[in-house]
Design a protein around this ligand. Structure first.
Ligand SMILES: [Zn+2]
Ligand SMILES: [Zn+2]
Length: 97
């Protein structure tokens, strides 16, 4: 039997045991358990998909998270006024007013 120990963000230990261990995503920034993927569009219908924990992901809109690198990019985009032009066609990005 394979066992795997992962730490959650609170320092709590998480034991994963079993023959078929679920693939546990780990935050690319801090190594804790990840439950969020970066939704930053990278073209051709794909998103960045870096695994992030809730502490490292930046929520830019409800259910839309970016990794820190992409959040910085997005911020620059938005500040330059280019965000509407460039991302207006990407469905998840549309904000509900
Ligand atoms: Zn993290
Ligand atoms: Zn990203």
């Amino acid at each position: 039997m394979t066992c795997n120990i992962t730490k959650t963000r609170d320092g709590e230990k998480l034991f994963m045991c079993g023959e078929e261990m679920p693939q546990l995503d780990v935050c690319v920034d801090c190594g804790y358990v990840a439950d969020i993927l970066c939704d930053y569009p990278v073209g051709e219908g794909l998103t960045c998909d870096r695994s992030l924990c809730s502490g490292c992901a930046v929520e830019v809109a409800p259910n839309l998270h970016y990794c820190k690198t992409h959040y910085e990019l997005w911020k620059q985009f938005e500040e330059s006024g280019g965000v509407k032009k460039v991302l207006a066609d990407i469905v998840p990005f549309r904000r509900r007013s």
